[in-house]
Design a binder for this molecule. Structure first.
Ligand code: ADP
Ligand code: ARG
Length: 368
C-alpha cells in the first residue's frame, strides 16, 4: 500500500475509532514534514493500530530510538494513554522508603488484609540496546539475540540463587523442547502463549518468524523466569505463592542487578522516558505486578465485567488467568495488577497493588 493509500485509510478510520490512541495521535501535517525514512518508520510503528482499529494503544516502537526520533507522535501517545503531560519525564526508583501507603513495618503482607496466600508475580520488560525492537527484527536477529542470551544463561546457571535451565522453541536449538513440553510450561504460567495467534503482535511484526528465537529460562526453584523473544526482547520475572509482596519485588530487583552485570546485556533506556519497551503502554518501568485472586462475588455472572468496573477507578487492571486477552477462571479467579507503568516508580507500583487489593477486597466482601 502506498503512503497516500495509508493516509486515506487513517483519515477514514480515525473518526470511527476514538479509543485508538495511535490513530488519534497521528498528525498528517507532522507526517508530511518528515523525511522519507522517518515516514516509513512512523507507518511501521502504527501498522498494528491501522490493521486492528479496535486497538487501544495501536502502536509499537520498532527501534529504541523511535521514541526520540518520532518524539512528537510518541509524546502524544504516551500522554494520552498514561494521562500525563506532553513533557512528562520518568524516574525509576525501586526504594520503598517513604512511599505513600506503605505499612509502618514496610511489609506489604496480604495476610494483614485478611487475604490467603495468592500467586504473586512481578515482571519487567527489558530490551537490549544494540538490537532492533522485536517489530523490526529479522529471523537472524531473533536467533542472534537468543544466542546472546544463552551465553548469559550459562553464567546464571552456575549462580546459587538463580541457577536453572533454558528451554528453546527454535527448531534445531540444542535446548529445543517438544510441543508437549512447551504446552506444559504455558499451563504452569512459566512460558508465554503462541504469539502467532495474536493479531496485534502479528501486524506489528513482533510475532514474525515464530517460533525462531523464542524461549525461556527458568530457575531450579521455578520462581525466577526470563522470557526471550516475546513482545520485548526480555521479560524478567519472579513468581511465587505467598502473602508478602516484597518477596517477589525484592527478589526481582536483586536478580535484575545480577543480570545487568552480565557481559553483552546493556538495556535500552530513554533519557526522558526510562525503560524502553515495544509498547508505549509499558514504557517507564516496564513493570507489571499482579496476583491471581478469586473474586467469586464480583464475577458471579461468570464474566469480569463488574470486577473491571470496580477495579478501574482503583487504578487496577483485570486480566484472565491465562494473562492478557484470556478468560477468567471457573472459580472467579482473576489477575489483578496496577494499570500504571509510566511516571510512577517501581516501588509505588508494588505499593499500589497492595493498597488497591485492600479496596477491592472491601468491595468483594460487600457481596459475600
Ligand atoms: P505480561 O504479564 O507479561 O503482561 P500476560 O498478562 O499475558 O503477560 O501474562 C503472562 C503469563 O503470566 C500468563 O500465563 C499469566 O497467567 C501469568 N501470570 C500473570 N500474573 C500471574 C500471577 N500473579 N500468578 C501466576 N501467573 C501469573
Ligand atoms: N496493541 C494492543 C492495543 O493497542 C495491546 C496493547 C496493550 N497490550 C500489550 N500487550 N502491549 O490494544
Amino acid at each position: 500500500m502506498s503512503f497516500d493509500q495509508q493516509l486515506a485509510r487513517i483519515a477514514e478510520l480515525a473518526p470511527a475509532h476514538p479509543q485508538n490512541i495511535a490513530l488519534q495521535s497521528f498528525d498528517p501535517a507532522y507526517f508530511d514534514g518528515l523525511d522519507r525514512d522517518l515516514q516509513t518508520r512512523l507507518m511501521a510503528c502504527i501498522n498494528s493500530g491501522v490493521e486492528n482499529p479496535d486497538s487501544e494503544m495501536g502502536c509499537y516502537a520498532c527501534q529504541p530510538s523511535d521514541y526520540d526520533d518520532l518524539r512528537p507522535f510518541f509524546a502524544q501517545a504516551l500522554a494520552a494513554y498514561h494521562k500525563v503531560g506532553l513533557d512528562a519525564r520518568h524516574v525509576n526508583d525501586w526504594s520503598l522508603d517513604g512511599v505513600d501507603g506503605l505499612p509502618e513495618s514496610g511489609a506489604l503482607d496480604l495476610a494483614a488484609l485478611g487475604l490467603p496466600a495468592l500467586s504473586m508475580r512481578v515482571r519487567v520488560g527489558r530490551n537490549l540496546a544494540d538490537f532492533p525492537l522485536p517489530g523490526a527484527m529479522t529471523q537472524a536477529d531473533r536467533v542472534a539475540l537468543e544466542n546472546r542470551m544463552m551465553a548469559a544463561f550459562n553464567i546464571l546457571i552456575s549462580n546459587d540463587d538463580y541457577g536453572g535451565s533454558y528451554h528453546s522453541l527454535t527448531p534445531g536449538n540444542p535446548n529445543e523442547i517438544t510441543a508437549d513440553q512447551y504446552q506444559a510450561l504455558v499451563n504452569e504460567h512459566v512460558m508465554f502463549k503462541d504469539m502467532s495467534a495474536d493479531t496485534y503482535l502479528l501486524a506489528a511484526g513482533i510475532a514474525g518468524d515464530w517460533p525462531h528465537g523464542r524461549g525461556c529460562y527458568v530457575s531450579a526453584d521455578r520462581s525466577f523466569i526470563i522470557w526471550v523473544g516475546e513482545e520485548d526482547h526480555l521479560r524478567i520475572m519472579c513468581m511465587e505463592k505467598g502473602t508478602v509482596l516484597n518477596r517477589v519485588f525484592d527478589r526481582l530487583k536483586t536478580a535484575l542487578d545480577v543480570v545487568a552485570t552480565i557481559d553483552g546485556l546493556s538495556f535500552a533506556m530513554s533519557a526522558d522516558y526510562g525503560v524502553v519497551t515495544s509498547c508505549p503502554t509499558n514504557m517507564g518501568t516496564g513493570m507489571r505486578a499482579s496476583v491471581h485472586i478469586p473474586l467469586p462475588g464480583l464475577t458471579a455472572d461468570g464474566t469480569d465485567a463488574q470486577a473491571k468496573a470496580i477495579a478501574k477507578p482503583l487504578g487496577l487492571s483485570v486480566r484472565g488467568v491465562g494473562g492478557e486477552h484470556t478468560p477468567i477462571g471457573a472459580d472467579g479467579t482473576v489477575d489483578i495488577s496496577p494499570s500504571a507503568r509510566f511516571c510512577i516508580t517501581e516501588a509505588q507500583i508494588i505499593a499500589a497493588l497492595y493498597n488497591g487489593l485492600a479496596l477491592l477486597k472491601a468491595e468483594e466482601d460487600k457481596l459475600a
